[in-house]
Design a protein. Structure first.
Length: 271
């Protein structure tokens, strides 16, 4: 692994990744509409090598490989997630900090499904990703819009605060799910990093999962899982059941319907 600058995020995600790995099929089901946005963009041209940044357990990487026939590489800082990704195969998976890592060969497409919001220095990271993209190559990522556009996430954060009222609030200017929510700022950052033809498109989707998967999901990932980790193990099941009602507004006919608002951001490497 090359030098790593995002040390705190690496340590955090390596721990949190165990929970993601346990429910990776649920996560893949929920986030499938956003994965499809990346696959849709990938299919707009021939692809030889594709890089998936913040690949996690590798579901999007594998989907891109299957759809495009390209050599796909997933990169992440979480070894626990990458271990789960490698169990499935279907692509190459590399543990590295994409903000500073130098890849052996360039890519004609760089994508990310919610993986680029956690860079310690996003401007430097996007410049580094440009360095590994061939002239005329493409960038496409999806990132969350505002908290108001994503009420399920807001509800989860409120529930977590009720479970652990003394926990420090996240830094609004630091790495996190809404760090790229300002479309204008993101556009300017990409242009400063050297990308051209930057496009920022608002996309709304409704994600779905069976209602009986909600508790396993909440218990293993996201802010509720982090709050539960601080509680005695004997109390966790009861706690998560006690907050189940906060999500009743998303339950319809046996399934959870989760509205979400994202930016689909595209750009090109200059020729």
């Amino acid at each position: 692994m090359t030098s790593e600058v995002n040390t705190e995020q690496a340590a955090w995600w390596d721990t949190a990744g165990h929970g993601w790995a346990r429910v990776q099929d649920i996560v893949g089901l929920i986030l499938r509409p956003y994965q499809d946005l990346l696959v849709e963009t990938a299919l707009t041209g021939p692809r030889r090598r594709v890089l998936d940044v913040g690949c996690g357990t590798g579901g999007t990487t594998r989907a891109l490989a299957e759809a495009t026939g390209a050599d796909c590489v997933g990169v992440d800082i979480s070894e626990s997630m990458l271990a789960a990704a490698r169990e499935h195969g279907g692509a190459e998976f590399v543990r590295a900090d994409a903000q500073v890592h130098t890849f052996d060969e360039p890519f004609d497409l760089v994508v990310s499904r919610f993986g680029v919001m956690f860079f310690d220095d996003p401007a430097a990271a996007f410049h580094n990703l440009l360095r590994t993209t061939i002239p005329g190559g493409d960038l496409c990522f999806v990132t969350w819009r505002t908290a108001d556009d994503n009420p399920f996430m807001t509800t989860a954060s409120q529930v977590a605060a009720s479970l652990a009222p003394g926990a420090p609030a996240p830094d609004p200017d630091g790495p996190g799910p809404f760090s790229l929510a300002d479309a204008g700022k993101t556009r300017r950052m990409l242009e400063t990093a050297g990308w051209t033809e930057v496009g920022v498109e608002a996309v709304d989707r409704v994600c779905r999962m069976p209602e009986d998967l909600l508790i396993p999901y909440l218990s293993n990932m996201g802010p509720v899982a982090r709050a539960l980790a601080a509680a005695p193990e004997s109390e966790r099941a009861g706690l998560v059941e006690s907050v189940r009602g906060a999500f009743d507004g998303f339950a319809h006919d046996g399934e959870m319907r989760i509205p979400g608002g994202v930016w689909r951001v595209t750009a090109s490497a200059p020729l």
